[in-house]
Write a protein that binds this ligand. Structure first.
Ligand code: PEP
Ligand code: MN
Length: 352
C-alpha cells in the first residue's frame, strides 16, 4: 500500500503520519520523489481501509494498494517514478537509471592475471566503459573447470580499479566471501545460478553496496522481481536487474535466448534500473554487437560486455568475449544510437 502525500506537505506532518503507522505496527518507508513524497507500507495491510487512512491527514492525496506480489520493486510503490542506482567509483559517481547515459560494464569473464586485467581495464576505460567486470569466484558447471583465483583475484581487481579509475563489478557466490568482496567491489553481482539463493539475497540486502541481480536462466519475470524484492526487503534499495539470456528449446546456435522484450516489460512493472548482457545472452562474440545495439535502441540503462585481450586463450567464456579492438569499434557504433536517443555520455576531449 502507498500513501501519496500532496505537493508541499510539511516534513513534520509526514513524520507524524509515519509515527502513526509505526504505532499501528507497520513499517513505513519514506520515498522522496522529484515532486511528491510517498509513504510505502509493506506488511499486514490487507485489513486496512484506504479511505480510513486518507482521513488521518488533509495532506494525504490518496492511498493506493500495490497489486503486484513484489511490493518494493514495483513501479506502483514509487508512484511511477523510476529509481537510480548511484555508484561511487574512483572517477566519481556513476548513475545507472532511466534518462541517464547508458553505463557500460566491460571486462573478462574471469580475472586471470595482473597484466591482463590491468590492460583490459585501461582499454575498456579508454573506449568509454564506466565499470570493469571480472570474476574472482566463478560458478562453473564442471568442478574440473577453472574456478577463479578467489582472494588473490580480488587484489588484482583492486589494482585495476586504482590504475583505471573504473568501478568494479564482481560476483559473490558464497556469503562467507561477501565482506572481502565488498572491500573491492563497487557493485556486488549475484549470478544467474544464485538468483534464487534466498539466504544469499538476504545477506547482500543487509550490506550497503549496490547489487547487480542477474536473471536466473529459467526464471520468470515475476520470480526475478521477487528475488529483487528479497534484497530490497532486507534494506538495500540499490538493485540493478541484469538480463543475461534464458534457456529455451533451441540452444544450437546461441548459448541462451537473450530476452530483450524484458526492457518494455520491466519498465511497466518495476522502477529498478536495467542492464542487458548480450555476451552471456548469445554466447558468441559475433552476435554481441547487434544485440548490444538493439538493447540501447530499446532503452536499456546499462550493458555488460565481456572483453578479453586474447579470447582464444581465455580461461572462461572466450567464445563470447570481444577483443579490445572489437570493443573499441562497438563503442563507436553504439555511440551513434546512444546519442540519437540522448543516452550517451559526453566524451571529454582533452585539449592539447
Ligand atoms: C558472469 O557474469 O561471468 C556469469 C557467470 O554470468 P551468469 O551468472 O549470467 O551466467
Ligand atoms: Mn562469463
Amino acid at each position: 500500500m502507498i500513501v501519496v502525500m500532496k505537493v508541499g506537505s510539511p516534513a513534520e506532518e509526514i513524520e507524524r503520519i509515519s509515527q502513526e503507522f509505526v504505532d499501528w505496527g507497520l513499517s513505513p518507508e519514506k520515498i522522496v520523489g522529484k515532486h511528491k513524497v510517498v509513504i510505502g507500507l509493506v506488511g499486514e495491510t490487507a485489513s486496512l481501509d484506504p479511505l480510513q487512512i486518507q482521513e488521518i491527514s488533509p495532506w494525504i492525496e490518496n492511498v493506493l494498494r500495490v497489486e503486484q506480489p513484489f511490493k518494493r520493486a514495483s513501479l506502483e510503490y514509487r508512484h511511477g517514478e523510476y529509481s537510480e542506482v548511484i555508484v561511487n567509483t574512483p572517477d566519481g559517481p556513476v548513475v545507472v537509471g532511466k534518462n541517464h547515459p547508458v553505463a557500460v560494464v566491460a571486462g573478462p569473464c574471469s580475472v586471470e592475471n595482473e597484466a591482463m586485467i590491468i590492460e583490459t581495464a585501461k582499454r575498456v576505460k579508454a573506449a568509454g566503459a564506466k565499470f570493469l567486470r571480472g570474476g574472482a569466484y566463478k560458478p562453473r558447471t564442471s568442478p574440473y573447470s577453472f574456478q577463479g583465483h578467489g582472494e588473490s583475484a580480488l587484489e588484482l581487481l583492486a589494482a585495476a580499479r586504482e590504475a583505471s579509475g573504473l568501478g568494479i563489478i564482481t560476483e559473490v557466490m558464497d556469503a562467507a566471501d561477501l565482506e572481502k568482496i565488498g572491500e573491492v567491489a563497487d557493485v556486488i553481482q549475484v549470478g544467474a545460478r544464485n538468483m534464487q539463493n534466498f539466504s544469499l539475497l538476504k545477506k547482500v540486502g543487509a550490506q550497503d553496496k549496490p547489487v547487480l541481480l542477474k536473471r536466473g536462466m529459467s526464471a520468470t519475470i515475476d520470480e526475478w522481481l521477487m528475488a529483487a524484492e528479497y534484497v530490497l526487503a532486507a534494506g538495500n534499495p540499490q538493485v540493478i536487474l541484469c538480463e543475461r539470456g534464458i534457456r529455451t528449446f533451441d540452444g544450437k546456435y546461441t548459448r541462451n535466448t537473450l530476452d530483450l522484450s524484458v526492457l518494455p516489460v520491466l519498465r511497466s512493472l518495476t522502477h529498478l534500473p536495467i542492464m542487458i548482457d548480450p555476451s552471456h545472452g548469445t554466447g558468441k562474440s559475433d552476435y554481441v554487437p547487434s544485440m548490444a545495439a538493439a538493447a540501447i535502441a530499446a532503452d536499456t540503462d546499462s550493458l555488460m560486455i565481456e572483453v578479453h585481450p586474447n579470447p582464444a586463450k581465455a580461461l572462461s567464456d572466450g567464445p563470447q568475449s570481444l577483443t579490445p579492438d572489437k570493443f573499441d569499434r562497438l563503442m563507436q557504433d553504439l555511440s551513434i544510437i546512444g546519442k540519437t536517443i540522448a543516452r550517451w555520455p559526453q566524451v571529454e576531449v582533452a585539449l592539447a
